[in-house]
Ligand binder design. Structure first.
Ligand SMILES: [Zn+2]
Length: 271
């Protein structure tokens, strides 16, 4: 606030004699405060709009307005008869937790001895997240109090993505890629995104920097289920010799480092 109010003071002093400067100053400051107040209220409202949650229908609009992925998502929506509008369920805390436990049990299929522990871990995890996808039922669960627009965007991208990338590249690659596209959608639509999956995101950004075709190529790998395309980032640049190891083998090593959480080793492969 004090920074915003600092600017009228020198203007006032320049324009008026020292005699009435003080009273004018008070008047100008009051006006500036009112203007700054209105401006601030508007700014806060804008920030609120950009960080509030979004409906599935709004997210469909955001995705289609994003340059690199709009056309691919439109094609997938048509082929798979899928929309975020039909997939998003905004639910209360209990429904959210139950659905997350249910989805976790179906995906992990624990044996009888570890059911209790799996349920406990899922309940704990459900407390930390804002949304998730039940792929089996093409449903995006969104926590009614915790979710933001970017949450729904992130989960909608998971829904549209092919399971291939996660199956072959692991969770870190999947989350890093999903987050990178989440940020593309957010910046194309003036939506705020807080720091999420920072290490995974940095690793995928580095990969894209070396990938011919950049984000468009990454989009093919992610949405169309062609993770093998990512090997192109590991081809030797002209004039470099990477030894006998093929790009495909280097991609597998990189993915393994990500799975192990060894980001330094993964980055070193892309130096
Ligand atoms: Zn995710």
């Amino acid at each position: 606030m004090s920074d915003l109010l600092a600017w009228p003071v020198p203007l006032v002093v320049q324009r008026r004699s020292s005699f009435d400067a003080a009273s004018a100053l008070v008047g100008d400051l009051a006006g500036a405060a009112r203007r700054a107040g209105a401006w601030l209220a508007e700014a806060y409202a804008a920030v609120e709009r950009r960080s509030a949650s979004a409906t599935g229908g709004q997210v469909d609009t955001y995705l289609s307005a994003t340059p690199v992925i709009g056309a691919i998502v439109a094609r997938l929506a048509e082929d798979r008869d899928l929309t975020a509008a039909a997939s998003v369920r905004l639910v209360d805390d209990i429904t959210f937790t139950r659905a997350f436990v249910d989805t976790t049990l179906r995906s992990k299929e624990p044996d009888e001895a570890s059911i209790e522990a799996t349920v406990d871990a899922a309940i704990e995890r459900a407390d930390e997240i804002r949304g998730f996808v039940d792929r089996e039922h093409d449903t995006i669960y969104v926590h009614e109090e915790r979710a933001r627009a970017a949450t729904v965007i992130h989960e909608a991208l998971h829904l549209y993505s092919s399971p291939e990338l996660r199956a072959r590249g692991g969770r870190a690659l999947d989350e890093g890629t999903t987050e990178l596209f989440t940020r593309e959608v957010c910046s194309a639509n003036a939506i705020l995104r807080e720091e999420t999956y920072p290490r995974e995101l940095a690793a995928v950004r580095r990969l894209v920097g070396r990938l011919p075709g950049g984000l468009s190529r990454l989009a093919e790998a992610y949405f169309d289920g062609e993770p093998g395309l990512l090997r192109l980032a590991f081809e030797a640049p002209p004039g470099h010799d990477l030894g006998s190891e093929t790009a495909a083998v280097r991609l597998r090593r990189w993915s393994r480092h990500l799975r192990d959480g060894d980001y330094a080793a993964a980055d070193a492969l892309l130096d």
